[in-house]
Design a protein. Structure first.
Length: 117
């Protein structure tokens, strides 16, 4: 089910149309390719406009909700203002950075080992 839903995502239809044109082995005529190119152009443009509108609407919603949420977040419960909570808030960014560096280094070493055989 998840794979079928993913296949409906933008981009897969364009890839399928390009594959169809390429599968004809250079025998695709201009009258076959032009409607596909027009379809790709229109769907890509509409998808980009829809995504832009969605992101803009989400940004407006976040700004409107943000004012009330920030007032709520300024009030901390007692357990979040103690010494252990302060230590965690200070150490979390460093721990996160170390994890990112370790994962990146592992990827580099794995790629190098694969390339060198």
């Amino acid at each position: 089910m998840l794979g079928a839903t993913h296949a409906l995502a933008p981009g897969h239809g364009r890839t399928l149309m390009a594959t169809t044109a390429a599968a004809r082995g250079g025998g695709a005529r201009l009258r076959d390719v032009l409607p596909m190119a027009a379809s790709v152009t229109v769907t890509h443009t509409l998808g980009a406009v829809a995504l832009g509108l969605l992101v803009t609407a989400a940004g407006v919603a976040v700004v409107r909700v943000g004012g009330g949420a920030s007032r709520l977040l300024r009030r901390r419960p007692r357990w979040a203002s103690g010494r252990p909570a302060r230590t965690v808030r200070r150490a979390a960014p460093l721990g996160s950075a170390c994890l990112v560096v370790a994962l990146g280094a592992g990827s580099v070493f794995r790629g190098a080992a694969s390339a060198l055989g």
